[in-house]
Design a protein around this ligand. Sequence first.
Ligand code: UTP
Length: 412
Amino acid sequence: MDYDEMVSKLKANNQEHIIKAYERANEETKETLMNQIKRIDLKQVADLFKTTKEEVNFSNDVIDPIAYVDKEKISEEEYKKYLSLGEEAIKAGKYSVVTMAGGQGTRLGHTGPKGTYDIGLDSHKSIFEILIDSIKEDCKKYNVTIPWYIMTSRENNDDTIKFFENHNYFGYDKSYIKFFQQGKLPMCDENGKILINEKGIIKEASDGHGGIFQSMKKNGITDDMKARGIEWAFIGPVDNVLVKMVDPILLGIMIDNKVLAGGKSTVKANASEKVGVFCKRNGKPGVVEYTEISKEMAERVNEKGELVFAESHLNCNMFNVKAIEEVANKNLPYHIAHKKASYIDENGNLVVPEKPNAYKFESFIFDAFDMLDDMAILRVKREEEFAPVKNAEGTDSPETARKLYKDFYNMK
Ligand code: UTP
């Protein structure tokens, strides 16, 4: 791309203000900026911005409860069957784990990747070490080395890799750990103008955890899986210190039912808990967010008095590699987040807003579910598998996660 091409692309997309940023920049920054302009689909950004003005209307969607298996209530015979199907696949080296670690962790406020955070255990293990400890245990149990793929973002990729290197990959075989970066999208202001960041280049932000499917394909992760003979991948978050990444029961249920996707749920604490729940949306698996569900639906109970929409989505899901590839070939919808974002204005001054001033576009992993025909849902116990680290204090904080972790492992 040369200067004239850049200018005409910006003008054609109503982003002329970026020309000024270009003129102001030094040679190195000019090159970075021009490369961004070449790469970014400005028409896509304009289309996404248009959607910020649209009212979200779900009224035509038919939302029904989804069938699930309660781990507690599986008969002994069925449990044995699932366990043996799942374990057989794991022992045969067909299983991998993927961790989504590309988030910004703004609520926690830790500088550095969330996985490097020390939740305050006596051992002072980082979250990454807590996760790898549990994978190691399963490797030992099944006599395999389970490949671990870690999704990072542009912001935290180098720090994440450095952390693993500094800790000698926590004694894990390094050739079984692979990092890949998720996608990013420009942020724009309330008039659809793309923001310039403090470095004088386009302000880009991670495109949400739904970008994982396309990122896995683009970065050769699905190819790597196939080359290693892997058929299944657990995809979970970095910020749940009790996440059970190797789960033969869910895998066994999926194999037995011949479904290519599965997810874990815990029963909602109460009708008004602010969590998304698994559902059937227009006959396909999905998640209905707490903002989308009416009070009547949230409070609906069955003949036993149990909530009908109760299966909280834990962001702990499992996919066949074929399903990952299938979803990667399609585009997920983007959701809009109205955020505070500092930027450099047209006169070259830094603006630090006090209220939300910018739009960020993110896709969510659960929007992929309706691209799959069916999904197996396994209800598990909250205290066994869910200890999220989201906020600096209060609910879902290091303090609550630490307690849950210690209680689970019977630590003092
Ligand atoms: P959250 O939705 O809690 O976001 O991520 P976050 O970025 O970690 O935290 P806040 O909202 O800024 O405080 C749930 C999981 O999805 C990953 C996170 O790393 C976490 O494991 N994630 C989220 C990504 O990998 N990429 C994203 O773009 C967003």
